[in-house]
Write a protein that binds this ligand. Sequence first.
Ligand SMILES: CC(=O)SCCNC(=O)CCNC(=O)[C@H](O)C(C)(C)COP(=O)(O)OP(=O)(O)OC[C@H]1O[C@@H](n2cnc3c(N)ncnc32)[C@H](O)[C@@H]1OP(=O)(O)O
Ligand SMILES: CC(=O)C(=O)O
Ligand SMILES: [Mg+2]
Length: 365
Amino acid sequence: MAAQSATSAKDFFRPLAVGAPQPLREIPFRPSRAIHFFDPSNAKMAAKVPGMVGTVDVLLGNLEDAVKADNKEAAREGLVEIGRSTDFGPTQLWTRVNALDSPWVLDDLTRLVGEIGDKLDVVMVPKVQGAEDIHYVDRLLAQLEAKAGLDRPILVHAILETARGVANVEEICGASPRMQGLSLGPADLAADRRMKTTRVGGGHPGYLVREDPPSPTDPAAGVDARRATYQQDLWHYTIARMVDACAMHGIYPYYGPFGDIADVTACEDQFRNAFLLGCVGAWTLHPKQVDVARRVFSPSADDVAHARRVVAAMGDGTGAVMLDGKMEDDASLKQCLVMVELAEQLAAIDPELKAQYDAIGGTDD
Ligand SMILES: CC(=O)SCCNC(=O)CCNC(=O)[C@H](O)C(C)(C)COP(=O)(O)OP(=O)(O)OC[C@H]1O[C@@H](n2cnc3c(N)ncnc32)[C@H](O)[C@@H]1OP(=O)(O)O
Ligand SMILES: CC(=O)C(=O)O
Ligand SMILES: [Mg+2]
């Protein structure tokens, strides 16, 4: 069969190189609550990776920012070594390659697909600007997969970290059947947009709304200190756009990094906002953040119990019922099914969570 360029809808699912694996028609949901970053050129960190198998859903060998320029080759070779020598079991192996305008990315992709392509689940591509970036990676991966004789396609995850990338978010998500998901890149995105925050993710105390002034008849009128302020989320708009674009294309949105490693409380809040809005996971940069991500991106046992009660009460799934004083109907049933299905998918790979869900009514398995 001759490979053809994807010029029409029916060509979208054709392999982009002769002998490349057939693209997937749907991106399967695989739990990825914590995408744990490590620098494969850092011997101490790399040595911890085999011991982290099973404790995080994704182990990601980072080759891009946070790896010194002098260590780029060592990081690439370190990842090849870890990939070859580690049994990842249920844990996925991802990599973040260098940016497409860097001198390293071609060797990153060529070497990794050739050496450990059978172990790599997802390639994360930074600073994606538009569909053209995904098309480039898509074709190159097909060529490399064919050369390596791989029998399943490696998926692609884009980091949304430029203003142009945000403007093009829908076309990025739909650019290839390989597209697995998107992560927020709050540091590069803030810089590109010329936002005035120096934080890596999270809120900012200056981004707030203030309570109205007291009435002129109030004795405290004019005392601004009495007017409560409410900090807002700098990233709400971008996350919401990501969630919609991903849902529209059947792929998965993630919060990115939270740079204040010491502040696990604020990290948890930021991750939870993302979870509530529809994200399926977040990055963990330090072992301290792993429990936070696992906890936040797993529905609570109480929420799952409630969702199960609604499903049971709704019978054939149509009509309206009252439960605990609240109306439930076809639509709220769908909301509850989102929760129940996620609980079942997570319970299937997380015995601790399964025990919690079983204790309050059991998972369907
Ligand atoms: C904006 C972006 O692009 S974000 C993505 C890029 N950034 C990253 O990937 C950063 C990854 N994380 C790191 O580099 C490090 O965690 C740092 C630099 C933030 C902090 O590192 P340290 O100062 O060594 O942290 P700390 O001293 O608390 O580490 C405690 C232990 O955890 C280990 N550790 C730290 N981070 C990790 C990690 N990501 N994975 C595995 N082990 C880790 C350390 O090696 C150390 O081990 P030890 O107890 O045997 O000595
Ligand atoms: C995540 C990332 O790469 C950034 O915030 O720039
Ligand atoms: Mg970045």
